[in-house]
Design a protein around this ligand. Sequence first.
Ligand SMILES: [Zn+2]
Ligand SMILES: [Zn+2]
Length: 196
Amino acid sequence: MSNRVELECLCGAVKGNIKLVPRAFFHVHCLCCDCQKFAVHLSNQKNILDEHGGSELLQTYPELMKITQGQDKISAIQLKEKGIYRWYTSCCNMPIANTMNSAKIPFVGVSVKLMEFSNEQEKTDKLGPVTLKAFGKYSIGEMPNDVHATFPLSFMPKIISFMLKGIFRKRNSPSPFFNGKEPVATVDVLSKGKIT
Ligand SMILES: [Zn+2]
Ligand SMILES: [Zn+2]
């Protein structure tokens, strides 16, 4: 089975791929209010969020992700100053990925919605089951049983070890979102008033 997953936005203008390396990714659902605000900002909730307001993400290293087409359609926002960078396609308003606001950090949370699978089974085979569902306290409607209310502390050692390995192996770069230290697109900061 190929360890590569193709990425394509809704309209097909932006394409790329992700290399799946064992123990170098987490398959998660994030129900946090910021991911929901991002979807609302893009006016595209129905294509982005599940019925509980969750976003499905694959957290991995920037080095393992490539954008091969449509680089000029990459835009980014920060919900607030010093917030994470939220990258999206300006062609069809789909989230591409989240990164930290520094090129040094070996972390990217890629939108699973952009990934091409022939069916659910192929997705599960490649990404494995969802290992973390977090921030259920922001869920739309009743919080599902299998979701943590916030971010579980029990998950922190995994994240820390992932980060340390990524820093040690310099897996922050190359990144599709940074040229050296500089982001590849202007990052707009949403004013507080705009996102309520
Ligand atoms: Zn598009
Ligand atoms: Zn979130």
